[in-house]
Design a protein around this ligand. Structure first.
Ligand code: DCB
Length: 343
């Protein structure tokens, strides 16, 4: 398929998704900045969880939608105010996720990476956006191997930002490996880290990863945490790899009362590459809207894989203000989905 044709296809698919995503919530509730100039954080305030819904401080169910960074050790240069402001104003993003890997040259071996988290939070506070601080467990598999480091990191995060409405703690991205279980590894880790956060910050939202790259939400639903309010569980999917079966697991978890947050999803295969899957992405987007599930898309970088929102080598200086010609098919698709609210 020719490049131009593919781009056009992605655009049309984006628009088709939008048109069919109509129902649910009043549109202007999902503007990053409303017509009176009020940011989403001005309007929603301190988030809270009621039943399976994420809600504004007044109890109205809300859906946050936005963009995830790639690994901050690889593409941390995009975690700056100019880029995040462009995502807010041109893409209508309400949310930014700062993905701080532990492995692959991330936090465990390179503590200065956390400065990119600090930059992200500072920018989001200034811009009135929500920000997810993501402890990006991946090649390190088992979050309980680094409980001590996590307690230290999140204690510091809660001291710095516990009083702001903007910050959301994601305490383990994607536990994985058949030996890494909910009850044996993840739940005990979560209990320890949540207790440390709650000793300082009684109420900001905390997101907990689930087994098998945050897919086994049904298992967490059988044995949920008993750690007080404002906790949700991560569900991750890649539209080219996961479909109906994963949604069925998620339905099972929701029906059992487990609140879900899609802290990461891709339009591509679960490698982050391959191609984009607009039709399957649309099915997931409609489902998330129907179930009022918030999300962040993977991811902002110019690496040149299919899930990269920028084209290969575009915006090397990380300044934002991208012309459409800098966006990949996934970038065009996601921007269209987010911007539909602005019409
Ligand atoms: C998740 C990770 C995320 C990863 C994406 C795509 O991993 F949270 O870090 O991102 O999904 O795989 C990829 C980047 C690549 C990079 C690679 C390693 O896009 O550029 O080279 O990380 O840093 C998943 C998700 C699901 C599954 C497997 C993985 N799954 N995984 O279903 O099997 O193995 O990374």
């Amino acid at each position: 398929m020719g490049k131009a044709f593919f781009l056009f296809g992605a655009l049309c698919a984006g628009i088709a998704v939008l048109v069919s995503c109509g129902g649910g919530h009043a549109r202007d509730t999902r503007l990053s900045v409303d017509k009176e100039g009020r940011t989403v954080v001005d309007r929603y305030g301190n988030l809270q969880v009621r039943g399976t819904d994420l809600c504004a401080s007044d109890g109205t169910p809300v859906q946050l939608r936005g963009i995830s960074s790639h690994g901050l050790q690889y593409y941390g240069k995009y975690a700056n105010r100019d880029v995040i402001q462009w995502l807010r104003d041109d893409w209508n993003a309400q949310l930014w996720r700062a993905a701080m890997y532990l492995g692959e040259g991330g936090y465990l071996s390179n503590r200065v990476i956390r400065n990119r988290v600090n930059d992200s939070v500072a920018a989001c506070i200034e811009l009135g956006m929500y920000v997810i601080v993501d402890w990006h467990v991946l090649s390190d598999h088992d979050p309980s191997l680094h409980t001590e480091e996590a307690v230290e990191f999140f204690t510091d995060a809660a001291r710095r930002w516990g009083d702001t409405p903007n910050v959301i703690y994601e305490i383990c991205n994607e536990p994985n490996g058949s030996e890494v279980t909910w009850s044996g590894n993840i739940k005990p880790y979560a209990e320890t880290v949540i207790a440390a956060i709650r000793a300082i910050d009684p109420d900001n939202l905390i997101l907990v990863g689930t087994p098998t790259w945050s897919q086994d939400v049904d298992i967490a639903a059988e044995d949920p945490l008993d750690m007080g309010p404002n906790i949700m569980y991560s569900l991750h999917f890649y539209a080219g790899s996961h479909g109906k079966e994963l949604r069925a697991k998620a339905e099972k978890a929701l029906n059992a009362g487990l609140p879900l947050f899609v802290t990461e999803w891709g339009t591509t295969l679960n490698t982050g590459g391959g191609d984009i899957f607009p039709k399957e992405s649309g099915e997931w987007l409609r489902w998330m809207q129907k179930r009022n599930i918030s999300w962040a898309n993977w991811s902002l970088n110019n690496k040149g894989e299919a899930s990269s929102l920028l084209k290969y080598n575009a915006d090397r200086d990380a300044k934002g203000r991208w012309p459409l010609s800098d966006l990949s098919p996934s970038g065009i698709f996601i921007r269209n989905v987010l911007r539909n609210e602005m019409k």
